[in-house]
Design a protein. Structure first.
Length: 259
């Protein structure tokens, strides 16, 4: 029986609030790029106001679930303020640079020079960067991300690697040494049917682990406690309750609480 009662404010290290109105509309167990086709079809008629309404609904759901702070990633310039939920609204760079603060979407969707520029900008601003990485297979590897920074590797500190299902031990060791947290999204992981994470290896590396929601386009809830329930249902032995609570409170706070 789970007794998950966090004493600290809940912090969501990865979300796309502007996709909240896709709840219940997206297929499960599809390859990512097929899922993306559905997403594009569902949103092709969305105007800026639709993205804003979707963003606001996400904020309200997060607020109702007791979330105090969200590191949000979006590219439609749809962010709005909320009186009870703080957001760090990052503009996700895909094919073009957006108004700062920017962070790269991924190494498969974002050209290397834009990945570099976005991460440099985060470092300059003292904001953690974030990137979807090592999610599907061996095609978006951490070493390929590091290769982009081969002439200035010291810059790659203070960020979030989101998903990281295919990270290797050496990747995790680098992350642990360089203040790069691994963000696991339990419902999104189940949604796409990704392979089981090697939680033992993750924990052994000493890497910081955050648990987050991702968006309602690949999760059924923006409630971090629901994410922990999914995690414990699927992997009852992966984390202690204290570790799981830390992954939605003190660990993301280490990266985000000064913002
Ligand atoms: Zn995401």
């Amino acid at each position: 029986m789970l007794e998950l009662e966090p004493a600290m404010p809940l912090i969501n290290a990865h979300c796309h609030l502007e996709l909240s109105n896709l709840e219940g509309k997206m297929p499960k167990n599809k390859p990512f790029f097929e899922w993306l086709t559905y997403l594009r079809k569902e949103t092709e008629s969305w105007a800026k106001e639709d993205y804003q309404a979707s963003y606001l609904r996400g904020l309200e759901l997060a607020c109702a679930a007791g979330t105090a702070l969200i590191y949000d990633v979006g590219n439609k310039m749809s962010e709005l303020q909320h009186s009870q939920v703080s957001t760090l609204s990052m503009h996700e760079v895909i094919k073009e640079f957006l108004p700062e603060p920017c962070t790269p979407h991924s190494i498969y969707a974002t050209p290397p020079e834009l990945v570099k520029r976005a991460i440099r900008q985060c470092v300059g601003a003292g904001i953690p960067w974030s990137i979807h990485l090592a999610e599907f297979d061996e095609s978006d590897r951490f070493v390929d991300f590091l290769e982009i920074f081969s002439d200035e590797i010291e810059i790659v500190k203070n960020g979030f690697v989101v998903h990281g299902n295919f990270l290797k031990e050496s990747d995790l060791n680098f992350m642990a040494k360089n203040n790069i947290a691994l963000v696991h999204c339990p419902q999104s992981h189940e949604w796409f049917g990704h392979k089981d994470p090697d939680f033992e290896m993750w924990k052994h590396s000493g890497v910081d682990i955050c648990i987050a929601t991702d968006s309602l386009a690949s999760a059924s809830s923006l409630d971090l406690m629901e994410q922990l329930k999914t995690l414990f249902r699927r992997y009852p032995k992966a984390f202690t309750q204290e570790e799981a609570i830390a992954a939605v409170t003190t660990v993301p706070a280490k990266y985000l609480i000064s913002f």
